[in-house]
Design a binder for this molecule. Structure first.
Ligand code: ZN
Length: 148
């Protein structure tokens, strides 16, 4: 898939996250982890979290896959570190709604940081799973049931 058709600035931010992913490493003190696969694209995200007193104090991931899946994991780990588990889940739900085209106020989207840019994958329905994979891994590692 090409990212042609995406706004240039968005494309640059996505490429930068996929080429220089943030928090792409194992955690020494992980307290929970989840692995999710997106078979249609071959994406794999293995997410580790360190949770202390209901707070996500660190997050790291490993895996492979397309530009969107890797960029999304990088963006997701960026914004969830330092949040409570409740806030993390709320963000995961906002993100899923956003890529499915459901409207949220700008104040909600701002909480997502760079990840809000991935709302542009709505234009490519086949890529929605690539974008949501890391957020579903977050939900799963926080104890929510997700279909995989
Ligand atoms: Zn993908």
């Amino acid at each position: 898939m090409s990212l042609m058709g995406l706004n240039n600035l968005y494309r640059e931010v996505i490429l930068d996250h996929s080429q220089n992913p943030h928090h792409k490493h194992a955690l020494a003190q992980a307290t929970t982890a989840a692995t999710l696969k997106n078979p249609t694209c071959g994406d794999v995200i293995n997410l580790e979290l360190e949770i202390k007193d209901d707070k996500i104090v660190d997050a790291g991931f490993s895996g492979e896959g397309c530009t969107i899946s890797q960029a999304s994991a990088s963006m997701m780990t960026d914004v969830v570190i330092g949040k409570t588990t409740t806030q993390g889940l709320e963000m995961a739900h906002i993100f899923s709604d956003m890529v499915m085209g459901k409207k949220h106020p700008d104040s909600d989207l701002k909480k997502l940081g760079d990840a809000a840019i991935l709302s542009s994958v709505m234009q490519f329905p086949a890529r929605i799973k690539c974008a949501t994979l890391s957020w579903w891994a977050l939900r799963k590692s926080l104890g929510e049931e997700v279909d995989d």
